[in-house]
Design a protein around this ligand. Structure first.
Ligand code: LMR
Length: 400
């Protein structure tokens, strides 16, 4: 057998050891900590006042309906649940965008699937394509897009120490983009910083996209959790309207609370309705080579909610409650100390603390506080009880 393996040795002996994903590792570390007073503000999941991640009321009801009415588990095809995609489209693009036949969509396994499928489409269309990515960004953005072979060009986005968006620096860097280059944008609730572009800044990006022939690739994973569904989509709609071509990776994992069901969609805007049909064919072919068909359950549940007026109203009300809770936690942190005041002006689940890796580790050891080593923390990982304890420990660390 040794001879058969050849001079190279055994196949899997050639693999390099890999580091675990830092955010997913945090879940395990926090779970393993026996301290009752521990505070898990690592991975981005919504938690209620008692610190639990509930299943949304409308989701529970839709699951019961699905259980009663679903008659088959037979294959749906690579597009997934077409009605789900049709119902998500107006949420992201508004009524005007929903009717745009240049925009086609497919269901994907969560936002990750959408980002990966988009990257594969870009690479299939142009192996020399480049995508501009602001720093810092969600830790999985670069690996997901890069592994499809798309070249990444980093540009400044946010200064954690100065707690501000580096907009001029970003626009200067984007001047270096060529027609046909892509820009990765966070639709709302920027991950990891919580620092979103203002509407005027979105307008400036939209103008640049239009004048330079750039292609926005928008990741919108937190719609509804920043300032409401419509406000959270404004920037996305502006750049998609301004651009001749665009990609939009959408996720239901957070705003339907169906994280483990992996529910999302990828929309792509082509140059014409005919071009969009060709794009759709390519998306279906690429999806077939990766996951063949997306998992059904989460999309079926979201489809039932969106298609049932009472469930839809209750879902919208519950997302509003979640959004209000995030805003109230932000206000409490901001009021605690002036050095945390900036958190009150940011959006969504995350903000970044200007702490060193050692300081973050110190908080973990001494207080059982689990956050990403970048200083990113999940604001809504705090319970009503833990918010002041967290703020006190963080401010103490800032004092050195
Ligand atoms: C996060 O950023 O915490 C979430 O998007 C979960 C993930 O997959 O990383």
């Amino acid at each position: 057998m040794a001879d058969a393996a050849g001079a190279q040795g055994m196949l899997f002996d050639r693999l390099q050891e890999q580091q675990s994903d830092s955010l997913l590792q945090l879940i395990a570390l926090a779970n393993a900590d026996p301290r009752v007073e521990k505070i898990d503000v690592g991975v981005g999941v919504y938690r209620d006042a008692a610190g639990n991640t509930p299943i949304l009321r409308a989701v529970k009801k839709a699951e019961a309906i699905l259980h009663e009415t679903q008659e088959t588990k037979s294959y749906l095809g690579s597009q997934g649940d077409a009605r789900f995609v049709e119902l998500i489209k107006p949420i992201v693009f508004g009524e005007a965008g929903a009717g745009d036949e240049r925009i086609v969509g497919v269901q994907t396994p969560g936002g990750c699937g959408a980002l990966r499928l988009g990257a594969e489409l870009i690479e299939a269309a142009d192996p020399d394509a480049r995508i501009f990515v602001g720093q810092p960004t969600w830790p999985n953005h670069m690996p997901l897009i890069e592994c499809a072979g798309v070249e990444m060009v980093k540009h400044p986005y946010y200064d954690p120490a100065g707690k501000r968006i580096l907009f001029d620096e970003m626009m200067d860097a984007l001047q270096g983009a060529r027609a046909g280059d892509l820009i990765l944008l966070h639709g709302c609730c920027h991950n990891p910083t919580g620092a979103d572009l203002s509407l005027d800044q979105w307008k400036a990006v939209a103008e640049l996209v239009s004048s330079r022939g750039l292609i926005p690739f928008v990741d919108i994973a937190y719609q509804g959790l920043g300032n409401g569904f419509e406000a959270d989509a404004e920037g996305t709609r502006l750049v998609v309207e301004a651009a001749e071509q665009a990609l939009i990776a959408q996720s239901c994992d957070k705003n339907f609370g169906v994280y483990r069901e992996r529910t999302g969609s990828l929309f792509v805007k082509g140059t014409s309705a005919a071009n969009a049909k060709v794009i759709l064919g390519n998306l279906l072919g690429l999806a077939r080579t990766m996951w063949s068909m997306p998992p059904d359950h989460g999309a079926a549940v979201a489809r039932i909610i969106l298609d049932t007026p009472e469930l839809r109203a209750d879902w919208e009300a519950e997302v509003k409650e979640m959004c209000a809770r995030i805003r109230s936690l932000r206000r409490r942190l901001a009021a605690y100390d002036e050095r945390l005041a900036y958190i009150g002006d940011q959006n969504g689940m995350f903000s970044m603390l200007p702490l060193s890796v050692e300081a973050v580790e110190g908080l973990r050891e001494s207080h059982g506080i689990y956050m990403a080593s970048s200083g990113r923390f999940n604001v809504v990982g705090l319970s009503d009880e833990s918010v002041d304890r967290f703020a006190a420990a963080v401010v103490e660390k800032m004092d050195g």
